[in-house]
Design a binder for this molecule. Structure first.
Ligand SMILES: *Cc1c(COP(=O)(O)O)cnc(C)c1O
Length: 232
């Protein structure tokens, strides 16, 4: 097994390569290192390589890890966010990738107002209409975008998707294309650019970059296979 610095260098090189093939500068694509389930020491090891952007899907994990780590680290929330966790998560993170319903958007807007914050958010789209996944349907977003954009405190930077787990990276391409095309359509209709596309994980991030990803969320390709979550 390769070390975290080696794996990180490899992922960074593959991101740069995929961006170059797509005719985009490498710094067009942000890397969120998904550190869920890994302890603070593991995050510190990657931070030691000069990386400062981490993704987590549980509020409690950010609360547990962040205090012992350099305060310059930036955290993105990437998992389903329960409404009763919004108040806790907002002061801890730079962005939320997973605003997956109008109710959650409204709630986040209201609490951001109370806290004096303007969070960056991505709207999560259930591109494959999987019943097991959270997110707006494309039609739901077409119908609801205007009222979402009217929420004063949310800086809606773009769209996010988690395509179904596929055997080959290529299998996810139609979902990445669908997300980009939906973004183009919504940007056009609303006159709001929506520049961000959060898509691509360990096994398909190069395909996602080819299709326009501006943020990839990569965990196991950097850190290795995740430890089993603790029993609760
Ligand atoms: C866990 C997770 C990732 C990272 O997955 P890997 O396959 O380990 O890269 C990315 N996005 C979300 C939403 C996740 O929950």
């Amino acid at each position: 097994m390769s070390s975290i610095p080696e794996s990180y260098a490899d992922v960074k090189a593959r991101i740069a390569g995929a961006a170059q093939l797509a005719g985009r500068p490498a710094d067009d694509v942000e890397l969120v290192a998904v550190s869920k389930t890994w302890p603070a020491e593991t995050v510190a090891e990657l931070a030691g390589c000069g990386h400062d952007l981490f993704g987590e899907n549980r509020v409690q994990e950010i609360e547990a890890k962040a205090p012992s780590l350099p305060s310059k680290l930036r955290w993105h929330f990437i998992g389903h966010l329960q409404k009763n966790k919004v108040r806790k998560v907002l002061p801890l993170v730079e962005a939320i990738h997973s605003i997956d319903s109008a109710e959650l958007a409204q709630r986040t807007d209201g609490i951001a107002r109370e806290l004096g914050l303007y969070p960056k958010v991505y709207l999560q789209v259930n591109t494959a209409a999987e019943s097991s996944k959270f997110g707006f349907t494309p039609d739901g977003l077409r119908a609801g975008l205007e009222s979402l954009l009217a929420l004063e405190r949310l800086e809606i930077v773009g769209l996010m998707a988690i395509p179904p787990v596929a055997r080959r990276p290529e299998d996810a391409r139609p979902d990445f294309v669908a997300l980009r095309e939906l973004r183009d359509e919504l940007a056009d209709r609303s006159g709001t650019p929506l520049p961000g596309l959060s898509m691509g994980m360990s096994h398909d991030f190069e395909v996602a970059i080819a299709e326009g990803a501006t943020v990839v969320r990569v965990g196991s390709s950097i850190f290795g296979r995740r430890p089993k979550p603790p029993r609760r």
